[in-house]
Design a protein around this ligand. Structure first.
Ligand SMILES: NC(=O)c1ccc[n+]([C@@H]2O[C@H](COP(=O)([O-])OP(=O)(O)OC[C@H]3O[C@@H](n4cnc5c(N)ncnc54)[C@H](O)[C@@H]3O)[C@@H](O)[C@H]2O)c1
Length: 279
């Protein structure tokens, strides 16, 4: 099975890494030329770590040989998984181009966190029935769940094929409704937003205290540490997307603190500073 992964950022690189470790061939592409060597370097480091820890039997070079970085979309693709930023217009343009470039035998999946798949099908007039959502979680290599989302026009066989792909990647598929935020982000948005309001508006606790409370209650990460991991920009875009798609439901209203960090370029761990500072 040959997969084209579009977008070599946090998620695209993670999906590519998982797929090559499971024996699948991947083409990885990005709009920014710099992104590809950076992603390849990160993937190699992670594959080497998995090998050193005994989680992988094959030598690193053999696994890495299944990854090719490309600037043009190749022929011979079975699946496309898109992981470009969470902006409706950007994803629309991409799906329009994919619909023109590839025939009906190529499945098109989006790793969108929040955009209804039916909206993406509006950009694929030729073959909307082969479009669905495959929502992986961060970090992809470690998170077992993938939400599989069926849009209005998605063919049922597609979902069977998607479940099979998810199983080959060693993950568990759960079918999620095609609603803004699907299942996980519908619940996760208020989790982050309530924490932001509690600290910034109501001054009830500090962000360190909020994180400590949730981590003490068994959550692997408190909301602020998690937002830093996800990326402040990614998190803010997803919040805005859910808010817009629910016609301004106040439960999903973005918080000005998110925007303040965005404007200062403090995007979380990836820039060395978000809510917290990182070495
Ligand atoms: N970060 C997370 O925790 C997380 C979790 C689940 C899902 N997602 C979703 O995954 C998608 C990607 O998120 P991310 O965190 O990997 O973002 P990111 O910013 O880390 O990476 C996006 C990459 O896409 C590239 N890109 C932009 N436009 C492109 C184009 N037209 N063609 C090819 N490449 C292009 C960028 O250069 C960048 O390298 C988003 O839809 C996001 O909502 C993110």
């Amino acid at each position: 099975m040959r997969i084209l992964v579009i977008g070599a950022g946090t998620m695209g690189a993670g999906i590519a890494e998982t797929a090559i470790q499971k024996g699948l061939s991947v083409w990885l592409t990005d709009a920014l030329p710099d992104a590809l060597p950076r992603a390849t370097h990160r993937i190699r480091q992670n594959v080497a770590r998995a090998y050193d820890k005994g989680r992988l039997d094959e030598p690193v070079d053999l696994v890495m040989a299944r990854l090719k970085t490309v600037e043009e979309w190749p022929d011979g693709v079975d699946w496309v998984i898109e992981a470009v930023p969470e902006q409706l217009e950007l994803k629309h343009d991409l799906f329009r181009a994919l619909d023109t470039r590839y025939g009906p035998q190529v499945w098109l999946a989006s790793n969108t966190s929040s955009i209804a798949v039916t909206r993406l099908q509006a950009a694929t007039p030729r073959y909307p029935e082969r479009v669905a959502g495959l929502h992986f979680f961060n970090p992809v290599a470690r998170m077992p769940l993938v939400e599989v989302i069926r849009g209005l026009d998605t063919r049922p066989e597609y979902l069977d094929a998607a479940r099979e792909l998810v199983a080959r990647l060693g993950k568990t598929a759960i079918e999620a409704p095609d609603r803004p935020g699907f299942l996980v982000n519908r619940v996760a948005r208020p989790y982050y937003l309530e924490a932001l309001r509690m600290v910034d508006d109501d001054r009830l606790l500090s962000m360190e205290e909020v994180d400590a409370v949730f981590e003490g209650a068994g959550f692997p990460m408190g909301p602020f540490r998690l937002m830093d991991l996800v990326g402040i920009d990614v998190n803010f875009s997803v919040t805005k997307s859910v808010f817009d798609q629910t016609f301004g439901d106040p439960r999903y209203r973005p918080h000005p603190w998110q925007e303040r960090l965005m404007l200062r370029g403090h995007l979380g761990r990836k820039t060395g500073r978000g809510f917290y500072r990182y070495e």
